[in-house]
Design a protein around this ligand. Sequence first.
Ligand code: ADP
Ligand code: MG
Length: 317
Amino acid sequence: MASEFSIIDQYFRNIGVSCGISRLSIGDDAAVMSLPQGQQLVTSIDTLIAGVHFPDDTSATDIACKALAVNLSDLAAMGADPAWFLLSLTLPEMNQRWIAEFAAELNRMATEYRLELVGGDTCRGALSISIQINGLVPEGRYVTRSGAQVGDLILVSGSLGNAAMGLALSKKQIAVPGVLAQSCLGALNRPIPRLDLVPFLRQFAHAAIDLSDGLVGDLAHILAASGVGATIRQSQLPVNDWIKANAEFSYALTGGDDYQICCCVDAEAISAVEEWNRSRPDNQLSIIGEITESGYTLETNNQQIDLTGKRGYQHFD
Ligand code: ADP
Ligand code: MG
């Protein structure tokens, strides 16, 4: 049976690409980084637990992809560039095939998003993956949840509700045509962190959040942190045709795991939004409503629904 140390050496020593500022990486008691002048460190940690964050039969490849993607999504929401990460891996057994698949996908993702794995921890127990991620942002340019202003436009990236539909599909609660099913399962298992939005967010966002627990609850975090209200319109939500045809908007409103970005921009930034959308026909930003002084309302075709007090997914409910 391979030892913990030989597993680390074989599979985790060379993951990703050098971030250029690590002075000591895997192999010592801790890693050492030299922070570049004029940059601030943005740091976050997210854990994925089998049976809670992904179905038990999820492949090692999809688990690795999602573990890094959800962390990268937090950096994107903050307007930070990825730099390095640490991996705490709890495994029920030393299954070398599983570890090899997991490490290969982690390496692919870390290389694509320009990250270096500089350390971690390996334990035995129920399958759980924690990644502590670190990014850099020019001094003072990070984006928070607390800067939304009355009159701001509320934007969301991509399409909402696909991941929640993917979960419903994997539990056989719904049936949809094959192509849509594939894209929903892809959204659930292989979310794409929206780091492409970082320059836009740094330039235009007064506030931003990544959508992990559902739009209604996540936008509520911006409203609480910023001390403002909002009106959003169901007809403007970016959703797939099946959600529209079946009026199943709850997938987009309260379904989690989309990992798109919701942000608030000045009304004058509308030309920047239009410019973004002109140059990216397959990757649109949708204006779904406005920031108001108070209240939290969803407008549908014939109703005004009060969203005050509506929350997203909570682990301890
Ligand atoms: P310690 O007992 O001092 O905490 P460990 O034996 O846990 O050290 O780890 C030895 C080295 O291997 C450390 O540099 C640690 O960061 C790294 N490491 C351990 N597990 C992992 C892992 N899953 N991925 C990447 N690096 C790891
Ligand atoms: Mg340790």
